[in-house]
Design a protein. Structure first.
Length: 250
């Protein structure tokens, strides 16, 4: 009995120690005095990447209003905006991916826009163990023959994906989406890209639960698009309206 009690006390001590070691770091694009390790608003980093690079596993990074440069999160931590996606943006500038997330990283309350990459123009996740919640992914691209214009590989909860494009999964590819809205996304491929079949204007090769897909499309002058709303997906209790496929012979 004494041995079991000792193990219990040791476990409680380790849990408390782990919690105590977690640190909150701050980001404010307009801060005049950014000073590592960015542990209060007075010394907040002016870009998210600096705070991420200073963070350890389990830390939380809090980001206030502004437009920020792309970021690569290679540590399992939580990236949280103060006031939500309407005022907290990460902009890829039309040339690079907005965000990369490692396993067990969590992102809450951001808009990811104008990203461009071969997979996951808005966000590329190492697996579905990387999670986005209450995020907006808009106007992102995955090239002429890419996957997941908005998102690739993660779990998305209560997110909006709009106006994204890719050959496979204009909105999302290889993702799990829960209570998400996918609207105005498109899958397409140029004939010269060599892609002979593409699809999933809203989503491709994904699982969607309680999602709404509207106004997504699969079209272009290649040999065949399919799945204006979704292609090669599992849909559970989803609503699809106004999605379409348009094949234009080359």
């Amino acid at each position: 009995m004494k041995t079991k009690l000792n193990f219990l006390v040791a476990g409680m001590f380790l849990a408390a120690t782990s919690s105590a070691l977690a640190t909150v770091r701050y980001v404010n694009v307009n801060n005049a005095n950014p000073t590592p390790p960015y542990t209060n608003w007075v010394t907040a980093a002016t870009n998210i990447q600096d705070a991420v690079d200073a963070a350890g596993a389990g830390d939380e990074i809090v980001v206030t209003n502004g437009t920020y440069a792309p970021v690569s999160v290679n540590t399992p931590l939580t990236l949280q905006s103060v006031n939500g996606p309407g005022v907290t943006l990460i902009d890829g500038g039309g040339t690079v991916r907005c965000v990369s997330l490692t396993n067990n990283a969590v992102m809450v309350g951001f808009t990811l826009t104008d990203g461009n990459a071969w997979a996951g123009g808005g966000v590329y996740c190492e697996s579905t163990n990387a999670v986005l919640t209450n995020c907006v992914l808009t106007g992102n691209r995955a090239g002429k023959a890419g996957w997941g214009g908005g998102a690739y590989g993660g779990t998305l909860n209560n997110c909006t994906l709009t106006g994204n494009g890719a050959a496979f999964g204009g909105g999302a590819s290889s993702c799990t989406l829960n209570h998400c809205v996918l609207t105005g996304n498109s899958s397409s491929a140029d004939y010269d890209s060599g892609i002979l079949a593409f699809g999933g204007g809203g989503a491709y090769d994904s699982t969607l639960n309680n999602c709404t897909l509207t106004g997504n499309n699969s079209s272009n002058s290649a040999l065949g698009g399919h799945g204006g709303g979704a292609a090669d997906c599992t849909l559970n209790n989803c609503t699809l309206t106004g999605n379409w496929v348009h094949w234009i012979p080359y």
